[in-house]
Each structure stands twice: as C-alpha cells, then as structure tokens.
Design a protein around this ligand. Structure first.
Ligand code: P6P
Length: 340
C-alpha cells in the first residue's frame, strides 16, 4: 500500500473531514518541518558544536544546553513569518513572543517545549519537542499573555517529536492520534500508525523513585501496592521504567500502555510539581485522552485545570485509564473529595 505522508493525512483531515482549517494544516506542517531540522541538529551530536551548556539559564533557572537554544530558535524562525500565528510561547523564554509586525498575523497561538529532556543530550538518550496549539480569543488584535491562559480542553492540536533510534512525530487534532516516522532518505514524515490506543490496564509504571521519601501519602500508597506485587493488594507484579525524558516515557505509554507520574513532593511544597502545564502536561494529556488514556493532576482532569501563569507547574499522572483513575481516587480520598 502506498505510504501516507503527513501532508496527505492533514489534507484529508482538512478536505475530507473538514476537521481543520487550512491555516492549522499549514501550522502543523511548519512545526513538523522545524522538528525535522531539530532532529538533524540532535543527530550530529559531538560531530557539531551542539553538545554541552549554552552558558545561559532559562526562565526556569535551569542551565540551557546549546541544543535547547538551537531548538527554540528553529521553532521561532520557522513559524514567525508564515502568517498563521498571532504569538508563540516557549519554556525557554520568559515572556511570550508576539509575531513581529513586519509579518502578517494569524489566529493561532503556538506553545512548545523545544527540547524536553535535555539533561539526556550528552548521554545520547532520547529527547523530544512538545507542542500545543490554541486559538487567539475572538476580537483580540494585540495578543497578551492572558490569551494563552486557556484550559487544555481548548487545544486545537497537540503533538510531540521524539528524537530516538528513529525520529517520530505523534500528533492529534482531536480525531485520534497519528504517528509518523521521519524517512531520512526522502526527508518526509511517513505515517506508521493511526488511532493509537493505550491499554486501560498495565503492569508498568514510570516515576523517579529516588524521591520516594518526599512523596505524599496517596502516591506512596499507590506505588507501595504495586511494589508488593502478586502477593500484595494488586495481585500482580509490576515493572518500572524511568527515562527522565517525558517524551520518551510518554511515547512508551502511547505504544504499550503504562502510567507516568511526576507528583508534587515535599522538597518544595509550594511547587505543585516539576512539569509545566501549558506546554508539557496539557499537550500530553490531550494526546493520551485521544488514545483512550487519562491524565490528571492527582485531583482533577488535567485538561480542565484553569491556568493562571504561562510557566506554571503541575503534578502529572497520565496513561492507562484504570491506573490513573486509581491513583487519582487515592488523592481524592485523602483530600476528602468524592471521586469526580
Ligand atoms: P527528574 C526533563 O528534565 C523533565 O522535564 C522531563 O522530561 C522528565 O520527565 C523529568 O524532567 C525528569 O525529572 O527529576 O527525574 O530528573
């Protein structure tokens, strides 16, 4: 059967199903092209001057890697002139980036973590790009930061690229989740999966277990029960994985199920978690739900969290539906709120 390209998939979504406007198709193709360029830079590794620290910190106070800066600039440069965006926001930039007045502006907002998991770059472990698309509120001519603060249910599209043994692009516009593999010989994204499904049950969980002494009781209870294995309350043995690269851990779950957790912990009790809501948790939650999984912040559906800050952090529990519901119920029991 003739392979389906990303362009063909998007044209069908636009023309056959009327699911996306032409401008959104253009946006997704531009982002996909930028991810191709990021993949090329990542794959050069030590052969090019792209490994190591950039000598600067990002808005999160984290030391930027050279590739963080390259990936961010690649996405800005690819998207600023096309006329499909009003503004962009990135983990690597404190403020949002309004499209310069020298270019036409469109109706979409693009948010991204340009290179997630960059602490893995120098050890050659999979890393990725995460992106989310929102619509500029009607009637807004000059975008503001508040325009970005929309709950995840408002996303029009979301996706990630994972730069691993192969480079993959996984995306949704709300019509299920499609997967594309970068064909380096032709330079095209070729569909290698569609309507991805996450099994509702799993035997695999992902959490940074070195933080166990900092966890809140519901997380401790949930993980201890799994560690108790066959003879414990779960009646089965579990396996653990932690790549410390959200895109890699989430892609494993999109492929074979599992539950990913980055809970808040006692190290910094005023921080609700490590991961960011707008350009990590929300796009991943949209994808996971579209694949039949679930995503919460421990107490409520992730996509319904009302953002208050562009770079706000959130606790993340996502993956196989029955497991996310269980760990969320434990949190709700502790909070004394009836399961929603
Ligand atoms: P830890 C990478 O830095 C990241 O933001 C996610 O990709 C990943 O899941 C998490 O942090 C890893 O955090 O504390 O285990 O290093």
């Amino acid at each position: 059967m003739k392979p389906v390209s990303l362009t063909q998939y998007l044209v069908e979504l636009q023309r056959e199903k009327g699911l996306i406007p032409g401008e959104l198709r253009l946006l997704l193709e531009v982002v996909a092209r930028a991810c191709k360029r990021i993949s090329l830079a990542v794959s050069k590794g030590d052969l090019a001057d792209v490994i190591g620290a950039a000598g600067s910190d990002n808005v999160q106070g984290e030391a930027q890697q050279k590739l963080d800066v390259i990936a961010n600039e690649t996405l800005l440069e690819a998207n600023e002139w096309g006329g499909h965006l009003a503004a962009m926001a990135s983990e690597e930039m404190e403020g949002f980036y309004p499209i310069p007045h020298r270019y036409p502006r469109g109706e979409f907002l693009l948010l991204f973590d340009p290179l997630d998991g960059s602490s893995n770059i120098d050890v050659n472990v999979s890393i990725g790009t995460i992106f989310s698309v929102l619509k500029l509120p009607e009637g807004v001519t000059e975008p503001t930061e508040e325009n970005f603060l929309q709950p995840g249910t408002q996303q029009l599209a979301a996706g990630y690229a994972v730069y691993g043994p192969s480079t993959l692009l996984v995306l949704t516009v709300g019509d299920g989740v499609a997967k594309f593999t970068l064909d380096r010989e032709t330079g095209s994204w070729t569909m290698t999966g569609n309507h991805l499904r996450i099994p509702e049950d799993t035997k695999e969980f992902a959490i940074n277990a070195s933080n166990i002494r900092h966890w809140e009781p519901p997380v401790r209870r949930y993980v201890d029960e799994m560690l108790a294995g066959k003879t414990g309350p779960r009646g089965k043995d579990f396996n653990m994985r932690w790549v410390a690269s959200m895109v890699a851990d989430v892609h494993r779950i999109m492929t074979r199920g599992g539950v990913f957790m980055y809970p808040r912990d006692a190290r910094e009790p005023n921080k609700p978690g490590k991961l960011r809501l707008m350009y990590e948790a929300n796009p991943m939650a949209f994808l996971v739900e579209q694949a039949g999984g679930a995503a919460t912040n421990g107490l409520q559906r992730m996509l319904e969290v009302q953002p208050t800050q562009l770079h706000q952090r959130v606790a993340v529990f996502l993956g196989s539906k029955n497991e996310v519901e269980r760990v969320t119920a434990y949190h709700q029991e502790q909070a004394g709120s009836a399961p929603s």
